[in-house]
Write a protein that binds this ligand. Structure first.
Ligand SMILES: Cc1cc2nc3c(=O)[nH]c(=O)nc-3n(C[C@H](O)[C@H](O)[C@H](O)COP(=O)(O)OP(=O)(O)OC[C@H]3O[C@@H](n4cnc5c(N)ncnc54)[C@H](O)[C@@H]3O)c2cc1C
Length: 375
């Protein structure tokens, strides 16, 4: 079986192997260094965001090759701003976007380096995250399996330091390359430069349109250890049966199964996953909430603070399954705001504001929104 995908400056990566498992022998072929020209046009974005909000970009461009970067910066010089769009699974798009929307579509995966202990795998930003995790496992590069089925692209994964089922991206992160759209140069970011924290990084804190992440590198250990502490995985029947022989592929399948069972599929019901972050409160504040609500779900942090389950707060406040016009909170996942059809960003933000105010009044806790609002 052969896989081939185009990367950056006209390279083709060809990965060969048996149908069940790919080997990591990579063959590189040069294509003629073709310059892909920028084509700027208007674009309906309803199918480019998983909340399925009505939105239109006055100016939209597909970023498909590093050869377009200079031209992209030139185009930006004549405009007021830009927004870098991946799979649109963590955004709230307003009806008309005034900025230049850059849709990242670069592809390619290869072994960037190898040591005795680990493989460093580089993926281009436009790779679909879940397919990349799957491809890594097919090649014997385990370590990202707990992050299976998270929607979106590789390039967006560091932006909010994606995490799920006991693993966060920064645990597997090596470095990344980004284009500085202001200074017009490629810049390398180490793990420290990215300043990762819970659903946050330097990229999420910088105004949009400054950085275009072009490629991300991951450190995947040769002596792999499963991460099974998360309750849904601990209690998973097939994983428990596998015991010490559990494989990364089995964890991948289990994570996919749990996610499909628990989360609404954006292809069926528009949503952006968890709409709010889990708020972190002081030990004193936690003690007050615990006294009033002994069943509160919370996780002790290393610094003595507590992370409260935002889903529990929203559920407890009675929002689970509540509907306001075309939007509502999902009837099985209180943390997931859904679009039942025809919603706009205003509908989404009105419901989010109402919930935020209610949670603040009931529990004295400020909820922070996870998806980025784009205007
Ligand atoms: C059903 C569902 C489940 C989800 N589950 C999880 C989960 O378990 N854990 C989790 O962490 N998240 C989860 N998410 C949120 C989302 O999938 C992730 O945040 C994902 O990384 C977003 O990727 P994207 O390509 O769709 O980014 P977009 O939504 O397109 O963009 C998100 C942000 O990243 C920026 N960005 C995108 N690409 C680039 C780039 N190449 N360079 C610079 N900036 C860029 C955008 O400007 C924007 O600020 C879920 C979402 C859905 C819909």
């Amino acid at each position: 079986m052969f896989w081939s995908c185009q990367i950056g400056l006209g390279l083709i990566v060809k990965i060969s192997g048996s149908s069940s498992r790919l080997h990591s022998s990579l063959h590189f072929f040069f294509l003629q260094a073709g310059l892909i020209l920028l084509q700027i046009s208007t674009q309906d974005l309803a199918s480019f965001n998983t909340l399925r909000l009505r939105s239109c970009a006055g100016e939209f461009v597909r970023f498909e090759s590093l050869s377009q970067l200079q031209e992209l910066s030139e185009a930006l010089r004549q405009r007021s701003g830009a927004f870098v769009l991946g799979g649109g699974s963590n955004v709230v798009l307003t009806p008309v976007l005034d900025c230049l929307v850059i849709k990242v579509q670069t592809r390619g995966v290869h072994v960037w380096a190898e040591t005795v202990d680990e493989w460093i795998i580089e993926a281009q930003a436009g790779e679909v995250w879940h397919d990349f995790v799957d491809l890594c496992l097919n090649n014997g590069w385990a370590g990202l399996e707990n992050l299976a089925l998270i929607p979106g692209t590789v390039g967006a994964a560091p932006v909010q330091n994606i995490g799920a089922y006991g693993v966060e991206l920064d645990q597997r992160f090596h470095s990344l390359q980004a284009w500085d759209l202001h200074k017009r140069q490629l810049v390398e970011f180490s793990r420290a430069d990215c300043a990762f924290s819970y659903r946050d990084s330097v990229f999420k804190r910088t105004p949009p349109g400054r950085w275009l992440i072009t490629a991300v590198r991951f450190r995947l250990p040769k002596r792999w250890q499963p991460v099974l502490e998360y309750p849904d995985l601990k209690q998973h029947v097939q994983l428990a049966e596998a015991g010490a022989d559990v494989t990364a592929r089995q964890i991948f399948e289990a994570v996919c199964e749990v996610r499909r069972r628990k989360l609404p599929d954006p292809a069926v019901l528009g949503n952006a996953g968890s709409f709010f972050k889990n708020p972190v409160v002081s030990a004193a504040r936690y003690a007050q909430i615990k006294a009033a609500h002994p069943e509160v779900v919370a996780y002790a942090q290393e610094d003595g603070a507590y992370k409260l389950a935002a889903g529990w707060l929203i559920d407890r406040a009675g929002w689970k399954g509540q509907r306001k016009g075309p939007v509502g909170m999902h009837d099985r996942q209180a943390l997931v705001l859904v679009n039942y059809g025809g919603a706009s960003a205003n509908d989404v933000m009105a419901l989010a504001d109402e919930i935020r105010a209610d949670i603040a009044a009931r529990f004295g806790v400020a909820l922070e929104q996870e998806p980025v609002v784009v205007t």
